[in-house]
Design a binder for this molecule. Structure first.
Ligand code: 13P
Length: 274
């Protein structure tokens, strides 16, 4: 329980912990290096498809190894899980913190399923994040073109009935690259933060101006999720490296370059709310 208490500490101090989606050892290492250089804890997030691709035991093992290697707290998180069976496997494999995303279900079903998952996870000392309202864009198995803002009254009931630890809110944030200017609804965030007894989470961090992220954090956001920017940086770097390849078999040079670029992106977000 100790590591995710760091989230509550960050929240009380008006700070946040950076949460990044990772898919390979190299992006995981770059993100942890960035956090260690800033003297910050970090959250490494595995999507459902990352769990399938990498294997949940491998993800946990890499994260624990990196925590030891760099001497900074690393919290393992399952992102946007809609499958309770996978969620429980992750809990058993040693994840610190899991998200059950019931946002595509009815309010009643979301409440009941989240409450049961929270009960089971708390018995094992694992933190739980839920989602209320719908964040637009595509994330893992869920897709929404429009999104639905989080309703403050429903949120109060959801928190009371589920006893969850953190809540992902929909306030104009989107998953993926924004089409047009990202516009967070700070008036709504102010109401949500005032009414909420638990820390709130900002998804869809990619592309939100860092000043806006910092403002949201100062208002009650304790975790900022970034995925697309990490993946895009990974692929851009690989493709540029490939274009300029000199024919030598220097795979370590390429991985060093890849890690440096991802590290820069992770730091860019983290410094804004550390
Ligand atoms: P982005 O891919 O838009 O950065 O969002 C990531 C996210 O919120 C993961 O849950």
């Amino acid at each position: 329980m100790m590591e995710h208490n760091l989230l509550l500490d960050a929240w009380k101090e008006g700070k946040a912990i950076g949460a990044f989606n990772a898919n390979t050892y190299d992006d995981m290492e770059a993100i942890v290096q960035a956090a260690a250089e800033l003297g910050r804890p970090v959250i490494l997030m595995a999507s459902m498809s990352c769990c399938k691709f990498m294997g949940i035991d491998t993800f946990v093992m890499f994260a624990k190894h990196l925590e030891k290697k760099y001497g900074t707290p690393v919290i393992t998180h399952l992102d946007h899980c809609i499958d309770p069976e996978l969620l429980y496997k992750c809990v058993d494999a040693g994840f610190d913190y899991v998200m059950f995303d019931g946002s595509n279900r009815s309010f009643e079903e979301n409440c009941q399923m989240t409450a049961q998952i929270v009960r089971d996870c708390h018995e094992k000392g694992v933190f739980v994040e839920g989602e209320l309202g719908v964040i637009s864009g595509t994330e893992g198995p869920l897709k929404s073109d429009t999104g639905v803002f989080t309703d403050p009254q429903q949120m109060k009931e959801f928190i009371a009935r589920t006893d969850l630890d953190t809540l992902a809110v929909s306030i104009g944030n989107q998953h993926g690259f924004y089409k047009g200017e990202p516009k967070l609804n700070f008036e709504l965030l102010e109401v949500l933060a005032k009414e909420s007894s638990i820390p709130l989470v900002l998804h869809g961090g990619t592309g939100i101006p860092v000043e806006d992220i910092a403002r949201a954090v100062s208002m009650g956001i304790c975790k900022v999720n970034v995925g697309t920017d990490i993946r895009a940086t990974y692929l851009r770097t690989v493709s540029e490296y490939g274009k300029n390849w000199d024919g030598k078999n220097d795979i370590r040079g390429y991985i060093t370059c890849l890690r440096d670029e991802i590290k820069k992106v992770a730091k860019y977000y983290m410094v804004s709310y550390s």
